[in-house]
Design a protein around this ligand. Structure first.
Ligand code: ADP
Length: 472
């Protein structure tokens, strides 16, 4: 059998096995970040008009071009941040700190559409169409506007004010948008005139300005903390994410560490009293090396499993002084370097499972006592099918739509990648199974499917990691 048809067969079998397997998963908890994304296309004339009406603002923005503000306190900070992202075609995320500036953005730029934002909210909407019995999502404040962004599914819950599980559409309290993460999207070749300078975007990308005063210290809401313990017996998996919302310092003089520690304590204690729960932490792009290191030191020891992409892996390795290894991985020279990177991280943190996703493959390193190689691989294959289907359709849809993900072709380079790992592991059948062993761990590789013209890719990594973790 050719490698191609061998993997197509493994894919079909994994998907067949995992639909019923999902029904026997007791329940999944998703904390601690659901929010509202306000999508806004950048329209140069709109910004040029704002500046024409406000010469002082124009003067300040022009004088600060080529700088990047640490956060957004004033309208000028917002426009300077946007200009910087546009000019480089580089994604940039900044927190909005002043309520008056939030109001200014709302009044002068507004948004085109709102949609679910935040890692937990996105995971909830992507996992709810699957036959999982119950999913508990964290969302605070759960106003009517936030609640309406959750999909209508019988298996999706929040904790209501009485401490009971209830669908967000019934559990919301009050109305209004208290948090909004503006996503300013721009295409390649967009021209923006600022004074005498004309910026032109070298590629399509986005600039995010997040106003989230309730959550930017990652403080878990009191009602959720109080009632969660009595519900934990009904759940089996706890997926934690959203720490990219932390700032290094706050206007009141406090720092991220003051807020990370209580969350770590909460997770540690929950794990101690409910040892049946399996914890997963999903990394996100975090610009601050101090916060990344804090997560490695404080959060990773409290979880069993970690999910991350190749950029995040390199950032974490650099934080640990592994510059050369990070460079090897970035050079895409060999899969052996990627495996070494995961091993280094697992040795250092004691994590029992680490799953890396990259375009074209996923690679997981997992303790042999934690699961079986087949179960791990089949979970990853199911995740890749979901990712292919969601990229094609724009959402996780019906079982039929998910099965259509199987028709998406496998990425090229799969054979070379598997050959490199097979050699590293001294395994003869690795290209057929994707499963090898080393130092008491399984090394599990799956070649994935790539959708040539994806409809939606935001949040794909979250979906891949969460579904593979739950099943594997
Ligand atoms: P996010 O932070 O938005 O969740 P990540 O960068 O963590 O995204 O993960 C994106 C992952 O999605 C990639 O590593 C890749 O595995 C997958 N992916 C991206 N584009 C496609 C595509 N066109 N088809 C299939 N999978 C894709």
């Amino acid at each position: 059998m050719s490698i191609q048809s061998n993997w197509e067969k493994l894919y079909r079998e994994a998907v067949q096995k995992n639909f019923p397997a999902l029904q026997s998963v007791p329940g999944v908890i998703l904390g601690f970040h659901s929010t509202i994304d306000g999508l806004k296309r950048v329209i140069p004339e709109e910004i040029e008009r704002i500046l024409a009406n406000d010469p002082a603002l124009e003067k300040e923005v022009c004088s600060r071009l080529d700088t990047v503000p640490a956060e957004v306190r004033t309208p000028a900070d917002l426009l300077v941040g946007l200009a910087s992202s546009l000019q480089k075609g580089k994604a940039l995320q900044l927190m909005v700190r002043e309520e008056s500036t939030h109001e200014w953005i709302m009044e002068h730029l507004g948004y085109d559409t709102i949609r679910m934002g935040g890692t937990s909210g996105n995971m909830a909407n992507s996992l709810a169409p699957l036959p999982l019995p119950q999913i508990l999502a964290y969302a605070n404040p759960l106003t009517r506007e936030q609640a309406e962004l959750f999909v209508d599914a019988q298996n999706l819950f929040v904790i209501n004010q009485d401490g009971e599980l209830q669908h967000p559409h019934q559990a919301w309290q009050g109305e209004g948008i208290y948090a909004i993460h503006w996503i300013f999207e721009y295409p390649k070749g967009l021209k923006l005139k600022l004074g005498d300078t004309v910026l032109e975007t070298p590629r399509a990308n986005r600039f995010i300005a997040a106003w989230n005063p309730v959550n930017n210290k990652l403080q878990i809401e009191a009602n959720f903390m109080e009632h969660l313990p009595s519900l934990l017996d009904q759940f089996s998996h706890f997926i934690v994410s959203g720490f990219h919302i932390l700032s290094e310092t706050y206007p009141d003089g406090t720092t991220w560490l003051e807020y990370l520690r209580p969350v770590a304590r909460f997770l540690r204690e929950t794990k101690k009293t409910h040892s049946h729960l399996r914890f997963h932490y999903e990394f996100a792009s975090i610009a601050s090396s101090a916060i990344r290191k804090g997560i490695v030191d404080h959060i990773l020891p409290t979880v069993d499993s970690l999910g991350l992409n190749e950029v995040e892996l390199c950032a974490v390795l650099r934080d640990q002084g592994e510059e050369e290894l990070a460079r090897d991985i970035e050079a895409h020279s060999s899969m052996a370097a990627v495996l070494r990177g995961l091993e280094r991280l697992a040795d250092r943190t004691g994590l029992r499972r680490i799953q890396l996703h990259d375009l074209g493959y996923y690679l997981t390193l997992v303790d042999a006592e934690f699961t079986t190689g087949e179960k791990c691989r089949d979970g990853m294959l199911f995740a890749a099918t979901l990712a292919a289907s969601r990229s094609t359709v724009g959402k996780v849809g019906t079982e039929r739509e998910i099965l259509a993900g199987l028709d998406v072709p496998l990425a090229d380079k799969a054979e070379a990648r598997m050959a490199s790992l097979a050699e590293e592991l001294g395994s003869t059948d690795f290209a057929q199974t994707g499963i090898g062993t080393k130092n008491g761990r399984y090394v599990v590789f799956v070649p994935t499917k790539i959708v040539a013209k994806p409809v939606l890719t935001v949040g794909l990594g979250d979906l891949i990691s969460s579904s593979a973790f739950i099943l594997g």
